[in-house]
Ligand binder design. Structure first.
Ligand code: NAD
Ligand code: TYD
Length: 334
């Protein structure tokens, strides 16, 4: 069986390809545009693997998507613009990749009559924000996205649903909570805080730092995507979450504690516009139908993540010495 993984040079996609090559005998094509977030270094040790092929290109390129789709059975679509803050600064790349690109892949999948499934990797953010006493999100909750990023992901989810309803395409949608772990681009909370701590730079916490996210170690999410591909019911949506709700300040505190640093590094900065207050996932359906559950505790996951960033300084130094640092300076004037 041959799988097209899109966005495989990003954070979750690269962890997913690693998992596939280690635990399955599928052939893999990785289609990735290598945007600022795509980094071939993430798969350097696997680039000559006999069952792996990299193709540089955009998912919204219909002729490329069409020619690749002829070769593959299933698709796992990770490719996306993935950062909320960037979507607030400029939404159009989010529409081009997340919405248009997903539709191009769905069309190509249909035209080539692929025999497998189309797994679309989405996010808890499509459900909007929870109040402090609300139950966790369920798959049949309304879509109430609040950021341009989550609006684009909700939109792509709806095109996937439409492809299932209209054409009977075997589409499975997964929605996961906040991931963390090795290879995460240092614009997201956890890697940014680890790197700033290692560099003794201020840790910019938005607003009052009381926003809650449901943290999941990236390997747990990848196992979920694999289970969705192998066992998912066509037309189904599966929530994945870490069952690990934490306030941002708690997360930052855990990183500082692990590194033996003082909380004086924390700097409260102006809040993100439209900042969602709380996310939490009810993953009961995935547990029941896919036999999936998160396995890595937050303590173990943070230890492994902090250690990875300590041991892979060169990986992130290359990133922060370039384009990203400029972005960071413009945002926070540091
Ligand atoms: P990422 O930003 O680290 O990686 C995205 C990858 O997609 C990069 O390699 C990039 O080069 C590639 N890409 C972007 N535009 C492309 C295009 N037009 N064509 C081809 N490739 C393109 O993102 P991530 O954190 O690994 O997220 C992967 C997926 O998982 C996304 O769809 C995201 O919405 C979803 N997701 C992420 C999280 C999270 O916490 N990071 C949680 C739930 C869902
Ligand atoms: P982020 O990693 O951007 O993920 P998302 O917004 O998709 O959940 O942010 C996680 C939380 O951390 C969110 O509440 C915003 C907050 N945050 C900060 O307080 N400071 C930062 O520098 C960043 C990047 C995020």
């Amino acid at each position: 069986m041959k799988i097209l993984v899109t966005g495989g040079c990003g954070f979750i996609g690269s962890n997913f390809i690693r998992l596939l090559l280690e635990t399955r005998d599928y052939e893999i094509i990785n289609l990735d545009a290598l945007t600022y977030a795509g980094n071939p270094e993430n798969l350097k040790d696997l680039e000559n693997h006999p069952r792996y092929r990299f193709i540089r290109g955009r998912i919204e390129d219909s002729s490329l998507a069409g020619s690749i789709m002829k070769e593959v059975d299933s698709v796992v679509n990770f490719a996306a613009e993935s950062h909320v803050d960037r979507s607030i600064l400029k939404a159009s790349p989010f529409i081009a990749t997340n919405v248009m690109g997903t539709q191009v892949l769905l069309d190509a999948f249909r035209q080539c009559e692929c025999r497998g499934v189309f797994v679309h990797v989405s996010t808890d953010e499509v459900y909007g924000s929870l109040g402090p006493d609300d139950p966790p999100f369920r798959e049949d909750d309304p879509l109430l996205p609040n950021s341009p990023y989550s609006a684009s992901k909700a939109s792509s989810d709806l095109f996937c649903r439409a492809a299932w309803k209209t054409f009977g395409l075997p589409v499975v949608i997964t929605r996961c909570s906040n991931n963390y772990g090795p290879f995460q681009f240092p614009e997201k909370l956890i890697p940014l805080m680890i790197i700033n701590s290692l560099e003794k730079r201020p840790l910019p916490v938005y607003g009052d730092g009381q926003n809650v996210r449901d943290w999941i170690f990236v390997e747990d999410h990848c196992r979920g995507c694999l289970a969705a591909m192998e066992k998912g019911r066509p037309g189904a949506i599966y929530n994945f979450g870490g069952q690990c709700e934490k306030k941002n300040l708690e997360v930052v505190g855990a990183i500082l504690k692990k590194l033996g640093l003082s909380r004086d590094l924390i700097q409260f900065v102006k809040d993100r516009p439209g900042h969602d207050r709380r996310y939490a996932m009810d993953a009961g359906l995935a547990m029941k139908e896919l036999g999936w559950r998160p396995e890595v505790s937050f303590g173990d996951g943070i230890d492994r993540t902090v250690e990875w960033y300590i041991e892979n300084r060169q990986w992130w130094e290359r990133i922060i010495s370039g384009e990203y640092l400029d972005y960071y300076r413009t945002q926070y004037g540091q």
